[in-house]
Write a protein that binds this ligand. Structure first.
Ligand SMILES: NC(=O)c1ccc[n+]([C@@H]2O[C@H](COP(=O)([O-])OP(=O)(O)OC[C@H]3O[C@@H](n4cnc5c(N)ncnc54)[C@H](OP(=O)(O)O)[C@@H]3O)[C@@H](O)[C@H]2O)c1
Length: 244
């Protein structure tokens, strides 16, 4: 049986780690996983690559090596790596952090989406690009200027690519994962309350058990990508459907 291929970013923890475990448990998927941190798992179906998306020169140099041309049943790219950015109001943001946010949340997934479409445009298989966005893409939040704007931009980029490829074997999704119990939420709860007026709301999500588990969200994303014909819109939010 032919294998399938998943290229996944941000696999080292949080939602990405749960997505990685879900696909590795399937046995028929080879996974190329990219984060700064390698997990060092010994699994013959996993290749880990360490790249810091803060430095786009490194990613650019690696792009031509990331997309194997072996015969696969289906090929999936999940751009999941992300950073909440510097949680401070506009006027107090450091230029280095602005640049890092745009590099990690926007330019890295744009580079990878563009290179994926180029590499596989004539490849005869089901091909899916799933860019992890956020509900914050369409809701302005004080002190999340970097995060909201980069997530909005990657959602729009995904919609443009989908429109360009509407009569092809490519499917594109921009997926909001809901509020997930990961290190990103920890970082949000540790923000300076003078900078982040909504901090108590985010602390209460954790205290009241309102955060989704990364495992549940990973199962929903995996379901969506395996049943893509049930999901017509590019913009998806995992909170809008239940697992069967
Ligand atoms: N958690 C939520 O409530 C929530 C809500 C909406 C959307 N999201 C989105 O869901 C995705 C996953 O978030 P998460 O909550 O799982 O976050 P997380 O626990 O902080 O994990 C982030 C992942 O991204 C990788 N990453 C971060 N900076 C990187 C860099 N400079 N270069 C390469 N990889 C980098 C990290 O790996 P290394 O540190 O090893 O590099 C890690 O694997 C993100 O796109 C996030 O924006 C999350």
């Amino acid at each position: 049986m032919k294998k399938s291929l998943l290229i996944l970013t941000g696999h080292s923890k949080g939602l990405g780690r749960a997505i990685l475990d879900t696909y590795l448990s399937k046995d028929n998927f080879e996974v190329i996983a990219i984060s700064r941190t390698k997990l060092g798992l010994s699994n013959p179906n996993l290749s880990e690559i360490s790249i810091d998306f803060g430095d786009l020169d490194v990613l650019e140099n690696e792009l031509s090596n990331l997309f194997p041309s072996d015969e696969f049943e289906e090929i999936i790219l999940i751009n999941n790596a992300g950073w909440i950015g510097e949680i401070k109001p506009v006027g107090s943001l450091q230029v280095k952090n602005l640049r890092n946010s745009v590099n990690i949340n926007l330019l890295a997934p744009m580079y990878l989406t563009n290179a994926f479409v180029y590499a596989y445009k004539d490849y005869p298989a089901k091909k899916i690009i799933c860019n992890i966005s956020s509900g914050a893409a369409s809701k302005p939040m004080e002190s999340w200027g970097e995060y909201c704007s980069t997530k909005a931009a990657i959602a729009m980029f995904t919609m443009v690519a989908a429109k360009e490829n509407s009569n092809s074997q490519f499917r594109f999704f921009s997926v909001a994962p809901g509020i997930v119990d990961t290190q990103m939420q920890e970082e949000i709860r540790q923000a300076d309350e003078l900078d982040f007026p909504q901090i108590e709301r985010f602390k209460s999500y954790k205290e009241n058990g309102d955060l989704s588990s990364p495992e549940l969200v990973a199962s929903k994303i995996t379901y969506l990508l395996a049943h893509e014909n049930e999901f017509q819109d590019v913009i998806q939010d995992v909170r809008n459907f239940d697992l069967p």
